[in-house]
Write a protein that binds this ligand. Structure first.
Ligand code: NAD
Ligand code: WQD
Length: 339
């Protein structure tokens, strides 16, 4: 059974390829390497013993996407990770973000119809909820207007899939709304490799602990939370990868309740920035210099998932502890830096 994984050399994609191969799926990756390295294929092979097929091109190019489907005519399902994902950059480069993220999805949906590929799992984000009025957020929680062009691409992609599924009974889509993915594979062979100064908390923490950054800035300690720092639901990337495999199984076994579905993928638990920093120091027995600075513009105060519906319907639950996850993040950073 062959699965197309777009963005499969990227952070979440590479972990998902490993889990798919571990479950016996045959994988073909499409990635243009705009935010990942070809060496990831070697490391996937080291972990699983299998080298996935790979095609390098840009999915926003319609002709190339069509030619891909012509060549690989035995694909059973798609997991679509490929997208630009930097929130700040998306404000400056909004058109590039809309073109890349929307057109790639549309080209794939068109290919699915034309070449009879019935199933797609799509990477959505808890960013579609904005700052929710009630916590934790369930799948019934109303979406809010996006804070950034990036966030808006996720909301629009969800709407495109919903509308396309409505008029095409032979197309099935599941959107997974990830909360905050962190950590790395336990082998430290694959992980997150941000280009330049990291925007996200955990890569900034690990790079600071590794001596690449002077000091971590904690953005705000006057939020309405227990210790005043912002709260998120941090999901281990391997747990997240496994959620994709169960979503694929659900589709292939025709267990969907509707041909467009969406699920929260989180742990159901919120951690504050300060709790996470302290847990990182304690688990890894490292020093970490940090100071509290002003709030980051556009940040929300707190969000975490109600995972009841997803746990029941998908038969999946996040398993890793925050300690295991933070330890894997540090192991990966040390490996990358040769420490
Ligand atoms: P990533 O940048 O590591 O992986 C994305 C991959 O897609 C990269 O390898 C990149 O080269 C490739 N790509 C981008 N545009 C492409 C195109 N047009 N054609 C071919 N390849 C292309 O990002 P990630 O963190 O693994 O995220 C994967 C998906 O999950 C993205 O859709 C992202 O928006 C979504 N998501 C990520 C997070 C997060 O915090 N990491 C949270 C929620 C949702
Ligand atoms: C987490 C917390 C920061 C860095 C973003 C996107 C979201 C999703 C995941 C894709 C916040 C604080 C951070 C630092 C800090 N991506 N922080 N110092 O903002 O929850 O979500 O990534 O869909 O769409 O918006 O994640 O890791 O950037 O921040 O204090 O140096 O850590 O203020 O409270 P965020 P993050």
């Amino acid at each position: 059974m062959q699965i197309l994984v777009t963005g499969g050399t990227g952070y979440i994609g590479s972990h998902t390829v490993v889990e798919l191969q571990n479950q016996g799926y045959d994988v073909v990756i499409v990635d243009n390497l705009s935010n990942s390295q070809i060496e990831v294929l070697d490391n996937i092979e080291k972990i699983t013993g299998i080298r996935p097929a790979f095609e390098q091109f840009d999915l926003s190019e319609r002709d190339k996407t069509d030619a891909f489907f012509k060549k690989y005519n035995n694909i059973s399902a798609i997991i679509h990770f490929a997208a630009f994902k930097a929130v700040g950059e998306s404000v400056q480069k909004s058109l590039e973000y809309y073109r890349n993220n929307l057109v790639s999805l549309m080209n794939l949906l068109e290919g699915m119809k034309k070449y009879s590929v019935p199933h797609m799992v799509f990477s959505s984000s808890c960013t579609v909820y904005g700052q929710p009025d009630v916590l934790p957020v369930t799948e019934e929680t109303p979406r809010k207007e996006a804070e950034s062009p990036y966030g808006n691409t996720k909301a629009i992609c969800e709407d495109i899939m919903r509308d396309y599924c409505k008029s095409n009974e032979d197309i099935n889509c599941i959107a997974l709304r990830y909360f905050n993915p962190i950590g790395a594979h336990e082998t430290a062979l694959i992980g997150e490799l941000p280009v330049g100064v990291p925007n996200n908390l955990v890569p900034f923490i690990t790079q600071t602990a590794a001596g690449l950054r002077e000091e971590l800035s904690i953005f705000g300690d006057n939020y309405n939370t227990e210790d005043g720092t912002a709260v998120r639901d941090y999901i281990n990337v391997v747990d997240l990868a496994k959620a994709h495999v169960v979503a694929i199984d659900r589709m292939l076994k025709e267990k969907q309740k509707a041909n467009y579905e969406y699920f929260n993928v989180g742990t159901g638990e919120g951690y504050s920035v300060m709790q996470l920093v302290k847990a990182f120091i304690e688990v890894n027995k490292v020093d970490l210099k940090y100071k509290v600075v002003g709030r980051r513009s556009g940040d929300i105060e707190k969000i975490w998932a109600d995972t009841t519906y997803g746990n029941k319907e998908l038969g999946w639950k996040a398993e890793k502890t925050i300690e295991e996850t933070l330890s894997s993040a540090w192991k990966w950073e040390k490996k990358v830096r040769g420490l």
